[in-house]
Design a binder for this molecule. Sequence first.
Ligand code: NDP
Ligand code: CA
Length: 315
Amino acid sequence: DRPPHLQRNFVYIDHGDDVASVPIRVMQWNILAQALGVGVDNFVRCPLEALSWSRRRSLILEEILAYRPHILCLQEVDHYYDSFQPVLANLGYSSHFCPKPWSPCLDVEGNSGPDGCALFFDESRFELLDSVNIRLSAMMIPTNQVAVVTTLRCRSSGRCVCVAATHLKARSGWEWFRSAQGSDLLWHLQNLVQELGGGNSNVKVPLLICGDFNAVPSEEVYRRFATSPLGLDSAYKKLSQDGVSEPEYTTWKIRGTGECCCTLDYIWYTKDTLRVDAVLDMPDEQQIGPNRLPSYSYPSDHLSLVCDFSFREKE
Ligand code: NDP
Ligand code: CA
C-alpha cells in the first residue's frame, strides 16, 4: 500500500576504455532531521503523517539500501545512536558522528537530541586509518557547523582516500559565513593530505568532500572549492549535457514562506586521482510531484546524490 519510490537511473560516463574496475559508490544525503521536519520547517504541502518518524525511518533506510553505497555521508542526523548506527552496523558499516554544538533540534519539544553529520563506510571494502570531528571556524571564530573527516584504506587496492561530510550554515545573508567555513574546511583538508603524504607534495591523496553546502553554484564558497589548489571538481556536473553545469535542483520544497528549488548539495572529488564512472540521475518534476518534498514517497526535502568513482592510475 505504499507509494512508489522515485525511480532513478545511473548515467554511465564513457571513458573510452574497458578497464574492469570495482567502483567505489558514494552517497551524499541531507536526510532532514526529524525534529526540524516536524517542528521547524513548516512544509505546508506535506501531511504530518508523512513526516512520522516510523515512516521516514523506513524510507531513509530503504533509500540507503537501494544503492548500498560503500561510503555514506549524511547531514541532519538526529537519530544516530538509536537508528542509523546500530542498523547500519548490522549491515557491515562502521561510522562516525559529529553533533552540532548548538543543534536547533534541541529547541523542538520531544526532540531526539542534537542533529549532526555522520559518515559511514563499508568495512568489507575499507579499513579505517583515522577519523576526526571538526568544528568549522569562520574568520577564526568557532561556529555551529561541523565536519567529519575519515581516512580510509581500500582493502583490495591498498589505496587511501580521505572523505569529509559537512553541512554549512543555512539561510540567505550568510554567504560570507559559508565561504569562511568552506575555507576553513579546505585548510583542514590541505593539512591532512600533506600529513598523509608525509610532507611530500608529490604524493596525492584522493579526496571526497560530500555536503549540504547551503550554497547555490554562483556563491563564493562554490568558487573556492572549484578553484582550490586541491584540484577539486563537482561530480554531479557529469549529469549535464555539456558536463559543466550543476543539476537544476538537489532540494525542492514548499514552506509557508514559499517554494525553494535549488542546488545546494555536492560531491567534490580530486580530479587527478579519482574519476567518475556513474552518476545517479535526478527525478524529474513530475516524479517529485506537485507538493514537492518531503512526501509520502520520499522522506527528505533534499535528494540523495549517488556516484561511482574509481581510482586513477598513479603517474
Ligand atoms: P542554520 O541557519 O544553519 O540552520 C539550521 C537548520 O535549519 C538547518 O538544518 C537548515 O536546513 C534549517 N533551515 C534553514 N532554513 C530554514 C527555514 N527557512 N525554515 C526551517 N528550517 C530551516 O542554523 P545554525 O546551526 O546556525 O543554528 C541556528 C539555531 O541554533 C538557532 O536558531 C538556535 O536555535 C540554535 N543556536 C543556539 C545557540 C545557543 O547559544 N544556545 C548558539 C547557536 C545556535 P537546510 O540546511 O536543509 O537548509
Ligand atoms: Ca533542513
